[in-house]
Design a protein around this ligand. Structure first.
Ligand code: C2E
Ligand code: MG
Ligand code: MG
Ligand code: MG
Length: 290
């Protein structure tokens, strides 16, 4: 198709169309190649999880980590989830990928335990398709059993749009997770539109303030007001707040002053491969003992 579009454009002498068509088909070709590679990424052991620390703003302690997926592509290098999660979602590959993420996160918790690096809890991001499939609760249970961990060691993150797209299935799954002792968090809170009535009814534990609001603390009073409002909303619903994207000391200071419970961001640490996370964790424990 690329060649046909190209020739047609050339013959008509329409350069703008020529550029547009060729870049579009380039995009489609890249997408097809990527999709094909993604189908084999799990079996070829190309997926890895990096882990980003979450710090309790009251005690300064490490309370958990968020698992963030990376794809070590043989030609393109390390790809971030924004490059391939949407593709995985559109093609249904997310089912296999999501299941791998759950198993791997559970396995890693036990491995750290064995290495004397106790990470209280690992957060895993869920895609809407995982909830739609109806297999999620079984998958989570299987992953926990296989690794031999309790639900208290896990946190699951879903976005508002995921919940609002599948409210009944999401509620049902979340109730099952609550019974297993798993913590439940709404990710990127404030960017979607969730009904407050739902928030009250769902078995939630945490609201995670979206990075876009945290980023502008100190620069944009409107976004400071949004952070404050989310913290207060969470408190009145009996939920904890987590702030993502904390990059500066003054972000952390503001959030702490406003009563935010947990912070995560480059100010503390980037997402790290598991062995580096373990080293960091040991260093932190040592420094806090001094
Ligand atoms: P998210 O769950 O909201 O994750 C937070 C993102 O912000 C991560 O991007 C993280 O690396 C980045 N981040 C953390 N601290 C900072 C900071 O201080 N400054 C800035 N600028 N960024 C920060 P990442 O790892 O690229 O992940 C992007 C998104 O991909 C995630 O957003 C999540 O929605 C999705 N994702 C990641 N892993 C998985 C997964 O295993 N399954 C699914 N379904 N989605 C995933
Ligand atoms: Mg998340
Ligand atoms: Mg988030
Ligand atoms: Mg976000």
């Amino acid at each position: 198709h690329a060649e046909i579009a190209l020739n047609a454009a050339k013959n008509e002498g329409r350069n703008s169309l020529y550029f547009f068509s060729s870049s579009l088909s380039e995009g489609i070709r890249e997408r097809l190649l990527l999709e094909n590679d993604l189908r084999h990424a799990v079996e070829r052991n190309q997926l890895v999880l990096h882990y980003q620390p979450q710090i309790d703003l009251h005690s300064g302690r490490l309370v958990g980590v968020e698992a963030l997926l990376r794809w070590e592509h043989h030609q393109l290098g390390i790809l971030s989830p924004d490059r391939f999660i949407p593709l995985a979602e559109q093609t249904g590959i997310i089912g296999e990928v999501g299941s791998w993420v759950l198993q791997e996160a559970c396995r890693q918790i036990i491995q750290w335990d064995r290495e004397d690096c106790y990470i209280p809890r690992v957060g895993v991001n869920l895609a809407v398709q995982q909830i739609e499939s109806g297999l999620l609760v079984r998958q989570v249970k299987a992953a926990m059993q296989q690794a031999g961990i309790q639900g208290e060691r896990l946190e699951l993150e879903v976005t508002e749009s995921t919940i609002m797209r599948e409210p009944d299935k999401a509620t049902e799954a979340m109730k099952a997770f609550r019974n297993l002792g798993i913590k439940l968090t709404i990710d990127d809170f404030g960017t979607g539109y969730s009904s407050l009535a739902y928030l009250k009814r769902l078995p939630l534990d945490r609201l995670k303030i979206d990075r876009s609001f945290v980023m502008d603390i100190g620069a944009h009073s409107g976004n400071e007001a949004i952070c404050r409002t989310i913290i207060n909303l969470a408190r009145s619903l009996g939920l904890e707040t987590v702030a993502e994207g904390v990059e500066e000391q003054h972000h952390a200071d503001f959030l702490q002053r406003e009563g935010c419970d947990i912070a995560q961001g480059y100010f503390y640490s980037k997402p790290l491969p598991p062995d580096e996370l373990a080293e960091q964790c040991k260093a932190w424990v040592k420094s806090s003992e001094c």
